[in-house]
Design a protein around this ligand. Structure first.
Ligand SMILES: Cc1cc2nc3c(=O)[nH]c(=O)nc-3n(C[C@H](O)[C@H](O)[C@H](O)COP(=O)(O)OP(=O)(O)OC[C@H]3O[C@@H](n4cnc5c(N)ncnc54)[C@H](O)[C@@H]3O)c2cc1C
Length: 473
């Protein structure tokens, strides 16, 4: 995490001298920024993406790259024909205990399918449907990924598409100042810094903040998510809270700042993600005493808090041979295994030795797995059998879900009266998400859902702000 808070300012002036003028400026070259840029291109509008890194990656490249979407051509081709935006919305709200903005949930659930179809048809992103298990809270198979099943592949595909479309991406451009017209809330441009310290300015007619949240800002995490203060951060250092810092200065409304994506399966000490699919299909988490401590099927996000509350802040993912086969389908797991994270134990006794717990306690934990509901209500269709496999994990913060409050068209709302600012948009992790205001509200895929759907919606809204019709898109 960044040690010092970043300098983010809002400058008010009647005019701003700039090196160049562009219809739409986009701060951040992750999934949100690049999807918005591609959709703007498809609408015939010019934009510039400004990215602080030399090579755009963001949290998107660190992610698994799984995107939930109902009603895509790929989902239908896989035989899932009874999914819909309404069903998806209901799943999002059920996980968020009804505390997500209904209008935003509907907007994302309706936009994401067409966005994935458009990325496939127009920009060559060939999705596959992950249909061999259900993520917690999803009632239909709707998780899409590129065949490599990595966020790195997703970023590479988006970057190739952006390059092919000839969209300018200004790298090593750290945006620090938003310029607003005096007496109005209209953005007129932005100021950014080059690695050699040189200051430059870009004027724009509309601005999209696609710079994600504050997971990489230790001070803000300590202030807003105290339970994650000491947790490992699995996201990108560029998630430094820029959008919220600007929002606070310009009088924007903030929302759901206590919402975030945690993960209870962050392999330690290797620092890698182990897929939760293993838990959903029958694996368990036990603590250093050999006891289960929560219903793993509730979700990996809240599992982060449960794991951190165990002795030493760690747990062991315990599973067997059929689940090892499933785990190995995920590149992240294969990397962790190659880094030495996987332990094989031929008996409960050996497993207890590996964990460092009492064998009789562990034996009782494993023997209790069966069709009768556990004390936490989880029901197992089968018990695990030897050989056992174990991976040591901890709880991590992946990304924050709180941010600038936006209307369903992604325009940033004013704090005072909730009306939209005229030409400032925010999407992806820069905007408040659809997970409510706590860790348990995060439905798998809500991160890239808001990045991709939000980017697509923001592009249409930017076109509308600039007076360009979007009918037929
Ligand atoms: C390990 C891990 C696994 C995950 N897996 C999934 C998953 O499978 N599915 C899912 O839905 N979500 C997942 N997520 C969450 C997901 O990665 C994020 O929600 C998503 O990538 C957000 O996209 P974004 O475009 O908003 O942000 P980012 O991808 O982080 O992009 C933001 C960009 O803005 C740039 N930037 C920031 N500030 C500035 C500035 N001031 N000036 C210029 N540039 C700036 C950053 O450098 C960065 O490139 C995962 C996260 C992690 C950490």
């Amino acid at each position: 995490m960044s040690p010092t808070p970043p300098d983010r300012r809002v400058q008010r002036a009647s005019h701003m001298d700039a090196e160049a003028q562009v219809p739409v400026a986009i701060v951040g070259g992750g999934a949100c920024g690049l999807v918005a840029a591609l959709m703007l291109h498809d609408l015939g509008l010019d934009c510039v993406v400004l990215e602080r890194d030399a090579q755009p990656s963001g949290s998107t490249a660190l992610s698994s790259g799984f995107i939930p979407a109902p009603g895509t051509s790929v989902q239908r081709a896989a035989g899932v024909t009874d999914d819909s935006a309404d069903r998806f919305s209901a799943d999002i709200q059920a996980k968020a205990h009804g505390r997500a903005s209904p209008a935003l949930v509907t907007a994302y659930a309706e936009a994401i399918g067409p966005a994935l179809d458009a990325l496939q048809a127009r920009h060559g992103l060939d999705w596959v449907l992950l249909d061999n298990f259900l993520y917690p809270g999803h009632t239909r198979h709707r998780m899409h990924a590129l065949p490599q099943k990595t966020g790195a592949a997703l970023m590479a595909a988006l970057q190739s598409a952006v390059e092919a479309a000839g969209i300018p991406v200004l790298t090593e451009a750290l945006v620090h100042t938003l310029w607003l017209e005096t007496g109005a809330d209209r953005v007129i441009g932005l100021g950014y810094r080059r690695p050699d310290g040189q200051e430059e300015r870009l004027a724009c007619d509309a601005l999209l903040l696609a710079c994600n949240g504050f997971g990489g800002n230790a001070q803000m995490v300590g202030e807003l998510l105290p339970e994650m203060r000491d947790a490992a951060f699995g996201g990108h250092v560029g998630n430094d809270g820029s959008a919220i810092l600007w929002g606070r200065e310009l009088g924007a409304r903030l929302r759901d700042l206590g919402g975030y994506q945690g993960h209870g399966s962050w392999v330690t000490p290797q620092g890698a993600l182990m897929s939760w699919a293993v838990m959903m299909e029958g694996g368990v988490q036990v603590n250093a005493e050999g006891r289960r401590f929560h219903d793993e099927t509730q979700g990996y996000s809240e599992a982060a808090v449960h794991v951190l509350a165990q002795p030493g802040g760690v747990a062991w993912n315990v599973f067997d041979a059929p689940l090892l086969k499933l785990a190995r389908e995920f590149p992240d797991f294969r990397d962790a295994e190659a880094a030495g994270a996987l332990r094989r134990c031929d008996s409960v006794h050996a497993l207890a030795q590996c964990i460092g717990c009492d064998a009789s306690v562990l034996q009782a934990t494993l023997a209790a797995m069966g069709p009768s509901p556990q004390s936490d209500d989880r029901v197992f269709t089968r018990a695990l059998s030897a050989p056992y496999y174990a991976v040591k994990v901890t709880g991590a913060l992946f990304h924050t879900q709180g941010g600038l409050d936006v209307a369903p068209d992604m325009r940033v709302l004013r704090k005072d009266d909730g009306t939209p600012l005229p030409n400032l948009l925010a999407a992806g992790g820069a905007a408040g998400g659809v997970s409510g205001d706590a860790v348990w509200g995060y439905l798998s895929g809500n991160g890239l859902l808001s990045a991709v759907a939000g980017g697509a919606i923001a592009a249409r809204s930017a076109a509308a702000i600039l007076g360009r019709a979007t009918q037929g898109e």
